[in-house]
Design a protein around this ligand. Structure first.
Ligand code: UD2
Ligand code: MN
Length: 350
């Protein structure tokens, strides 16, 4: 009689311990995500939508196995400025060491997402975009391409290297190119909520009418990343094509502005880009309610956002060139460039 009772008691205690462990585990998990959202301040989604792996230089073990050239304090590029007044790097050729930067970022083994939109006739750019990305974009890193299109059956199957995946997302088309371009903010925001937030650490949102021509690597990774438009890096801020009507939420007064950022390239850690797309989308939609469309659609809203939310890394025009533009002496390498296109033939409207 006594023996079975003891057995039952032991079983009950084990059962109780398991329940207690599961409860504690759940509480700690919730507490963990709460702490993350408090410190980051920008986590506005429920249930940790984004992965939180990040580069923490201080805690990453730097092994001595990599031997590289001594960095100089006195010798470097003098023909360009390689840092913003808020101390964010401006990435130019010969301002970073490829092996060193790759080695540092390989330690966190990040996944990098690319979003591109191919609506209407722009599907014809996808093949070259993907093929050149396979050659130059984040080679030997994990990459996920997200192609948004109204014609999934027209997306070519391009041979991808190991660790690289293609996701095709079906979206509706539009009769206005301005709307296609601007609504990218909305689609990217939604895609981060639904899956990119869980599938990638960093994201770059790029124009599809472009090709990679040289290395685009880990030197571009940071929290919030923007590119200096190749057409305006020598211009006075008064000449920047910012939205100048105060009725628009993209408004920037004549005496303000840092750089003119291109709408064809922005990126960073997924949660930072999530915030950017959410804000730009909202501003664009609010303008629409007030019957105003910014001069350069989402590019204008992007410029306004980045004026008040400074990028933590700025890419030089090497990362956004245009094929019709001759290379200048500052741009020693052209890494990504817009192809020449016939606007009349390719866009659904003027
Ligand atoms: C180099 C650069 O900074 N480019 C920007 C510039 O003009 P762009 O002349 O580069 O704009 P664009 O015609 O390439 O349109 C931007 C993107 O929208 C997509 N698209 C557009 C039309 C269409 O019918 N189907 C389609 O899929 C496609 O991914 C394209 O790359 O100003 C636009 C403002 O609206 C965007 O900010 C672009 O990023
Ligand atoms: Mn373009």
């Amino acid at each position: 009689m006594f023996f079975p009772c003891k057995k039952t008691c032991i079983l009950l205690v084990i059962f109780g311990l398991v329940i207690w462990y599961l409860y504690l585990h759940d509480v700690l998990k919730r507490w963990g995500s709460l702490v993350i959202s408090n410190t980051a301040e920008i986590m506005v989604l429920p249930e940790r939508p984004c992965r939180t792996r990040d580069l923490d230089m201080a805690s990453s073990e730097i092994e001595n196995r990599l031997s590289y050239k001594q960095p100089s304090v006195l010798v470097g590029r003098t023909d360009v400025v390689a840092v913003t007044p808020w101390l964010a790097p401006i990435v130019w050729e010969k301002t970073f060491n490829v092996e060193l930067i790759d080695d540092i970022y390989k330690r966190i083994n990040p996944t990098i997402a690319i979003t591109v939109f191919a609506v209407g006739k722009y599907v014809k750019f996808v093949q070259d975009f993907l093929e050149t990305a396979e050659k130059h974009f984040m080679v030997s890193f994990n990459v996920r391409y997200y192609v948004f299109t109204d014609q999934p059956h027209k997306i070519p199957s391009v041979k991808l290297n190991e660790g690289r995946y293609l996701h095709v997302k079906n979206i509706s088309g539009s009769t206005r190119w301005q709307e296609i371009s601007a609504r990218r903010m909305e689609f990217i925001q939604k895609a981060i909520e639904s899956n990119i937030g869980k599938e990638a650490d960093y994201i770059f949102c790029l124009d599809v009418d472009s090709k990679f021509k040289d290395r685009w690597g880990a030197e571009t990774l940071d929290r919030l990343v923007a590119v200096i438009h190749p057409g305006y890096y020598e211009s006075d801020r008064k000449q920047f094509p910012y939205e100048r009507r105060s009725a628009s939420l993209a408004y920037i007064p004549m005496d303000q502005g840092d750089y003119y950022y291109g709408g064809a390239v922005f990126g960073g850690r997924v949660e930072y880009v999530y915030n950017l797309t959410k804000k730009c989308r909202k501003a664009f939609e609010k303008d629409k309610e007030n019957s105003i469309e910014a001069a350069w659609q989402e590019e204008s809203h992007l410029n306004r956002y980045l004026l008040y939310n400074k990028p933590t890394k700025v890419l030089s025009p090497e990362y956004l060139w245009q094929d019709f533009k001759d290379r200048t002496k500052e741009a020693q390498v052209i890494r990504f460039s817009g192809v020449i296109k016939n606007y009349k033939e390719i866009r659904p409207n003027k």
